[in-house]
Ligand binder design. Structure first.
Ligand code: PLP
Length: 454
C-alpha cells in the first residue's frame, strides 16, 4: 500500500538508512517522525501524543523533557564540552560518575567508559582476553553467551548476540564465540520440569559445554539478568545460583550485561542484585544517563582490574579507548541521572508501581492470543502464541506482533514487538494512572489482532 508521504518522510527515505528496519517496506509507509517529548509521552510531527511504553530503546528511564537532567547536560556543554581520558588526562564528571558506580555496584573496583552498550561489551571481550594473556593463559579466550541474548552489534558484541538477524549475512559469529541455552522455562522446559529442575539442567548443559570445549579455552560467560531484546525473558528460579558455581569451578568470568537491567529497572539497582548474579564485571549504558547523552561503562571487580592495571605497566599502556569514551557531557548526564534516581527515590517508586504494572500483564494472560505474560519490576512482555502450552509458535513469526504494534500506535501507545513478543519498558517515572492508560487499549488491540489472525 502506497501512502502519501509528508515532506519530512520524503526527506527521511531519501537520506537515511534505518537500523532494524525493512528499507523496502519503509519506503512505502514512511517514517514515524517524533518531534518532542514530555514525561512519559512523545509527540509526532502532526502533534499526536503517544505514551512511550518502551522508554525509547529501554533507556529514557526518567522520561522526556526532564529539566534537571537537561540542565546538567547543558551546563557541562558550556563548562567543558569535550575532554578525554587518554594518556592520564581526566575530568571531574568521569571521576564522580565512576565513584557513584562503585558505590552502587558492590564488588566493582574500577570503571572504564565507552559510548554505547555494544562498545561496552566489545570492551568486555577484549579485557577478558587481555586479562588471560596477563595471567599467562593465552588459550583461555572463548566467550559463551546465550541464544536470544542481546549484547549489541559491533563485531564481537554481535557475535555474542544470539538472534538470527544479527548473524544472517553478517558473517557472524566469529570464532571463539559459542552459545548455550535460553533460560525460558515456558518455552524450553521439558514436560513437568520445575523451574529449579530446568535451571539445574541448563547449568549442567553449560558445564558439559565447558568440558567439551576444554575449560582452559573458556574465558567468560555473558548474560543479561533479564533478557531484553530476546523478548524480555525472566530467568527461572535458581538459574544464576546454579550457573555461578559452574563458572567458578572452571575459572570463567561472569559478565552481567546490565545495559537494560541497570539503574532500578528490575526493582533493585541492578538485575544482578535481583537475581544473585554475583558478577565479575558489569556492562552499563542506557539508563546510566537516562538516554540524555550517549555513554556506557564497564565496571570491573578488583581482581580483574588489578591484573589488567599491572599488565599495562609491563606493556607500557592500555592499548584501548575511544575518543568519546567517558565524554564529559555523557558523564555529567550520568552523575545527574543517578542523583535524580536517588533524590526522587526512583527505586522506591518502581517497587511501588510494579505490582500494578505486572498485574495488568498477568490479567492479559487470559486473552486467547496471549501464551505467556512475564516480567519483573517495570519491564515485561506478552508473548503471542496459538495456545498456552509453550510448544507452538505462529508461522510466519512476527506477523501478529507487528499487527498488534500497529493497532497500539493507532491508539496512541508505542511498544516494541520482538517477533511475537510484545515488550513493555516504560519510563520509570510512570504513575499508576499512566500505567492504566498504557494498558487501556490492550484488549481491544489484542481482539483486533486475533480477528486478523483468523
Ligand atoms: N546490551 C544490551 C542488554 C542491550 O539491550 C543493548 C541494546 O539494546 C546493547 C547491549 C547494545 O547497546 P547499544 O545499542 O548502545 O550499542
Amino acid at each position: 500500500m502506497n501512502v502519501q508521504l509528508t515532506n519530512m518522510q520524503t526527506r527521511d527515505v531519501e537520506a537515511l538508512l534505518h537500523p532494524y528496519t525493512n528499507a523496502a517496506a519503509h519506503r512505502q509507509v514512511g517514517a514515524h517522525v517524533i518531534e518532542t517529548g514530555k514525561g512519559v509521552y512523545v509527540y509526532d510531527e502532526h502533534g499526536r501524543e503517544y505514551l512511550e511504553g518502551m522508554a525509547g530503546l529501554w533507556c529514557a528511564g526518567l522520561g522526556f523533557g526532564d529539566k534537571e537532567l537537561a540542565d546538567a547536560v547543558a551546563e557541562q556543554v558550556h563548562k567543558l564540552p569535550y575532554y578525554h581520558l587518554f594518556a592520564g588526562r581526566s575530568h571531574e564528571p568521569a571521576i564522580e560518575l565512576a565513584e557513584k558506580i562503585k558505590e552502587l555496584a558492590p564488588g566493582m573496583a574500577r570503571v572504564i567508559f565507552q559510548s554505547s552498550g555494544s562498545e561496552a561489551n566489545d570492551t568486555q571481550v577484549k579485557l577478558a582476553w587481555y586479562y588471560n594473556n596477563a595471567l599467562g593463559r593465552p588459550e583461555k579466550k572463548k566467550i559463551i553467551s546465550r541464544k536470544k541474548g542481546y549484547h549489541g552489534v559491533t563485531i564481537a558484541s554481535a557475535s555474542m548476540t544470539g538472534l538470527p538477524y544479527n548473524h544472517i549475512d553478517w558473517d557472524l559469529p566469529l570464532d571463539r564465540f559459542i552459545s548455550t541455552g535460553t533460560p525460558h522455562h515456558w518455552r524450553e522446559a521439558l514436560d513437568g520440569e520445575t523451574e529449579q529442575e530446568f535451571s539445574a539442567r541448563l547449568a549442567h548443559e553449560l558445564e558439559e559445554l565447558i568440558e567439551r570445549e576444554g575449560p582452559e579455552t573458556v574465558a567468560a560467560f555473558i548474560a543479561e539478568p533479564v533478557m531484553g531484546a530476546g523478548g524480555v525473558i525472566v530467568p527461572p528460579a535458581g538459574y544464576f545460583e546454579a550457573i555461578r558455581p559452574v563458572l567458578e569451578k572452571y575459572d570463567v568470568l561472569m559478565i552481567s550485561d546490565e545495559v537494560i537491567n541497570g539503574f532500578c529497572r528490575t526493582g533493585e539497582w541492578f538485575g544482578a542484585d535481583t537475581y544473585n548474579v554475583n558478577p565479575t564485571s558489569m556492562s552499563l549504558a542506557k539508563q546510566l544517563t537516562g538516554g540524555y547523552a550517549p555513554l556506557s561503562a564497564v565496571a570491573l571487580c578488583r581482581e580483574q582490574a588489578e591484573v589488567i592495571e599491572q599488565h599495562t605497566g609491563k606493556i607500557g599502556t592500555l592499548g584501548h579507548g575511544f575518543t568519546y569514551g567517558g565524554h564529559p557531557v555523557g558523564c555529567a548526564a550520568g552523575v545527574a541521572a543517578i542523583r535524580i534516581y536517588q533524590e526522587r527515590k526512583i527505586l522506591d517508586h518502581v517497587r511501588k508501581v510494579a505490582p500494578k504494572f505486572q498485574g495488568h500483564l498477568q490479567r492479559l494472560k487470559d486473552h486467547p492470543l496471549v501464551g505467556e505474560a512475564r516480567g519483573v519490576g517495570l519491564i515485561g512482555a506478552l508473548e503471542l502464541s496459538p495456545d498456552k502450552s509453550g510448544k507452538k509458535t505462529f508461522d510466519p513469526a512476527g506477523k501478529l506482533g507487528a499487527k498488534l504494534m500497529g493497532e497500539l500506535v493507532a491508539r496512541g501507545v508505542i511498544l516494541r514487538a520482538m517477533g511475537d513478543s510484545l515488550g513493555f519498558c516504560p519510563p520509570m517515572i510512570i504513575t499508576e494512572e499512566e500505567i492504566d492508560a498504557l494498558f487501556a487499549p490492550m484488549e481491544e488491540c489484542l481482539d483486533a489482532t486475533l480477528a486478523f489472525a483468523k
